[in-house]
Design a protein around this ligand. Structure first.
Ligand SMILES: CC/C=C\CC(=O)SCCNC(=O)CCNC(=O)[C@H](O)C(C)(C)COP(=O)(O)OP(=O)(O)OC[C@H]1O[C@@H](n2cnc3c(N)ncnc32)[C@H](O)[C@@H]1OP(=O)(O)O
Length: 715
């Protein structure tokens, strides 16, 4: 699907036609090969312009084709043929030129870009490398350091930056195709030798070895086990050290390994899942495509603590007019200063006008009266929130949406405090709320589909990955976290140290292990939740509470004022309160030994495999329960929550995808094994959905919904 037409008398205009992003599917590649051949052999055509239909040049290779056997002409020879053409070929870049799309443009002799276009080689984010010559051409054109940056991060750049770096020749804010046609007319007859990037030498830094060693070290550190960034460095190194043909060979070898890897599958699953979660559905049958969101231009935030401040910033940056209410005068003043600072800094960084003027502040709840949507972000205390929802119900207009940012409290209960339970939903942000991409939109049985649609649309406007989930304790993310954290505590009781547990989890790919994370967020947060749940018995060491195994270790540390980083002591030791570098704490180690001795526990050696299996499989098992209960509509929802909100390594696809890759029978068998060893731990009891999936032959993840929906008997 590419069309050739003759414009301005002698320019062959090739238009890629494959909505929505003109991805290079087999049909498009066939179309390009065919139209190029015709353009080259047509004596009327003296130059060629390649553009994309509907204002998008090309979104790259068609990712949907990666899972099946490739058909149609391959990209590499197709691009070589364009570069080898003896008539000038100009790429007219509008919208996006990404991945294979940019590689196609690099095969052209000239690149003209619209000012608003975005360009980049994001293959690394899909577990791949730019293997249509991109890893060999880009360094030749813009130098090794700049190419390494673009290829290993996959970041998209503006046309202005691309021009500055030297991989576009002209930027226009007029009609790009017309500009490219004029340009093509102007270069007819000029030598193309220096325009064929593959024939250029790669500008090489003096000490190539030192450069690549340094880069490789940095990349390995930030990759957290992902293999594609490392392969990208190796490919660029080949460009810097080998002749083009050999470099291409190396590029292809590296790509062959990546292409079939589990990591590439995981990352491509994430790409599609990120988009799929916006197509939400509720157990009632209400869906994204049958509900229209209500327009929201005026929002209110109640409470200017850490979460309220971040939410205010996120709303203001999305262009809403916001009123922020805080009843404590000191907190109001501090909150106002913090919000204004954050907005000013962001505006400076992005080079856009500040949204400071979009925020009003008030001490009076009455100030929210004309808002279309209110987000409550007060202290996590049910009595306080009940009172607030009662007040909001009478202050706000009848159709105002009332949202709570609670991370675990019952949305239905809050809804029942109002005269409009259908207008109540949870909007669970993650700290810092203006930075973190995840938003859990929590609906209760009485939430109107339109309320969900409105919260989801607002999340999108704020640039969030919004996932609609049902109401239950902890919703999806925090509910799954509970067994994960509990297993980590049980492992300490059995002989592990915070260091061994964290090391195993960081080795898996989490940016931080569970104990370093707990020190960062504050041990007192979970303590308050456990107190509210009636689990804390001050000074007591009993290991069974509410009829199940319980570890009081976290409570005992809190009783000693060890709240983590902020107090300088938690599971680790810190130089000073507030400092970030966690050091093993000899006091903690003896405390654990004493604790075990007093409990009559015999310490044993615990390896990484056990840590990973017990923590992760317990978490995954809860995910199956959540699916079984229809709290999440599908595994993609859970996976995106974990990837965007909980630091789950993206190259492992999310917990449910990971389970599918490990193999469901294996996950089931290991859960059964640990359950036999720890019969007093209910979260190790394999979920009935996991059983059903295994007995249905462990279908691939995209077919789980069929099993989830199948009526089943508990007998
Ligand atoms: C030999 C190998 C050589 C090359 C390898 C590659 O080229 S790999 C592909 C590299 N390209 C990319 O990573 C770009 C991926 N796409 C995007 O970043 C965005 O889609 C884009 C182009 C910036 C447009 O963003 P926008 O927000 O406007 O749309 P959205 O992301 O929702 O996408 C719309 C639908 O298009 C589907 N889609 C996008 N890109 C591709 C693609 N390359 N292949 C297949 N499908 C693609 C996307 O999934 C959306 O469809 P949906 O049904 O909603 O999922």
């Amino acid at each position: 699907m590419a069309e050739l037409s003759l414009v301005s008398g002698s320019v062959g205009l090739i238009t890629l036609q494959s909505p929505p992003v003109n991805a290079l599917s087999a049909a498009v590649r066939r179309g390009i090969v065919d139209t190029m051949q015709r353009a080259v052999s047509d004596p009327k055509v003296r130059s060629v312009v390649i553009c994309g239909q509907n204002g998008v040049f090309c979104g790259g290779a068609d990712i949907r084709e990666f899972g099946s056997t490739m058909t149609g002409p391959p990209l590499v020879p197709m691009i070589h043929a364009i570069e080898a053409a003896d008539k000038p070929v100009v790429a007219a870049i509008e919208g996006s030129a990404l991945g294979g799309g940019l590689e196609l443009a690099l095969g052209c002799h000239y690149r003209i870009s619209h000012a608003k276009a975005r360009l980049g080689l994001p293959e690394v984010t899909l577990g791949l490398l730019p293997a249509a010559g991109g890893s060999q051409r880009l360094p030749r054109l813009i130098g090794v350091p700049a190419a390494l940056d673009l290829i290993t991060t996959g970041r998209h750049v503006t046309a202005a930056e691309a021009l500055k770096l030297g991989f576009v020749d002209q930027v226009t804010d007029q009609n790009t195709v017309e500009a490219a046609v004029q340009f093509a007319l102007s270069v007819v007859g000029q030598s193309l030798e220096s325009r064929r990037i593959s024939s250029l030498p790669c500008p090489c830094p003096v000490d190539v070895d030192a450069l690549f060693e340094g880069v490789m070290q940095r990349v390995r550190q930030s990759a957290r086990g992902a293999i594609a960034p490392v392969a990208c460095v190796q490919a660029v190194r080949a460009a810097a050290t080998l002749p083009y043909a050999q470099g291409m060979q190396r590029e292809q070898e590296l790509m062959a390994t990546l292409f079939t890897s589990g990591q590439a599958r995981a990352l491509q699953y994430c790409f599609f899942s990120q988009r799929a979660v916006s197509r939400w559905s509720m157990p009632s049958g209400a869906r994204w495509d049958t509900c229209k969101p209500k327009p929201v231009t005026k929002a209110a935030v109640i409470g200017l603590g850490t979460m309220g401040r971040g939410i205010t910033v996120a709303l203001a940056q999305a262009g809403l007019s916001v009123v922020a209410v805080e009843t404590q005068p000191q907190q109001l003043k501090a909150g106002q200063r913090a919000v204004s600072d954050m907005l000013e800094r962001a505006a400076q960084r992005l080079g856009v006008p500040s949204a400071v003027q979009g925020v009003r502040y008030s001490q009076e709840l009455q100030a929210v009266a004309d808002a279309h949507l209110v987000i409550e972000a007060v202290f996590e205390d049910m009595a306080l929130k009940e009172q607030l929802f009662k007040q909001l119900s009478s202050i706000c207009k009848p159709d105002t949406l009332l949202c709570t940012n609670t991370s675990a409290l019952d949305i239905d209960h809050l809804a029942s405090q109002t005269h409009r339970p259908q207008q109540v939903v949870g909007m669970h942000f993650f700290a810092p709320a203006h930075v973190m991409k995840l938003l859990e939109v929590v609906y209760g049985p009485r939430s109107a589909p339109q309320a969900v649609a409105t919260a989801m649309a607002l999340g999108k406007r704020m640039g969030k990955v919004s996932v609609a989930v049902g109401n239950c304790r902890g919703f999806v993310g925090n509910r799954m976290l509970m067994p994960y954290v509990e297993e980590a505590l049980f492992l300490l009781e059995e002989g592990a140290t915070p260091e061994t547990v964290d090391h195993a989890l960081e080795e898996f790919g989490f940016p931080m292990g569970v104990f370093r994370m707990s020190d960062l967020s504050g041990l007192d947060v979970g303590w308050r939740v456990r107190k509210a749940a009636g689990l804390v018995e001050p000074g007591k060491m009993s290991r069974v509470r509410q009829g199940r195994r319980y570890s009081p270790l976290g409570d005992l540390l809190c009783e000693q004022g060890r709240f983590g980083q902020k107090t300088g002591q938690g599971w680790y030791l810190y130089e000073t309160p507030g400092s970030r570098e966690a050091r093993p704490d000899p006091w903690l180690h003896s405390f654990l030994e004493e604790y075990r001795a007093r409990q009559g526990l015999v310490s044993r050696r615990i390896d990484s495999q056990e840590v990973q299996e017990r923590c992760l499989y317990a978490l995954i098992n809860e995910g199956f329960n959540i699916l079984q209960e229809s709290i999440a509509a599908g595994p993609e929802d859970i996976d995106m929550i974990y990837v965007f909100g909980y630091g789950w390594p993206r190259h492992r696809g999310g917990p449910m995808f990971y389970a599918s890759q490990v193999g469901l029978p294996r996950v089931l068998q290991r859960l059964e094994h640990y359950q036999q060893l720890h019969p007093d731990v209910p979260h190790l009891q394999p979920s009935s959905l996991l059983w059903r999936l295994v007995s249905s032959g462990s279908p691939p993840i995209h077919r789980w919904r069929e099993v989830i929906r199948k009526p089943h008997s508990a007998l």
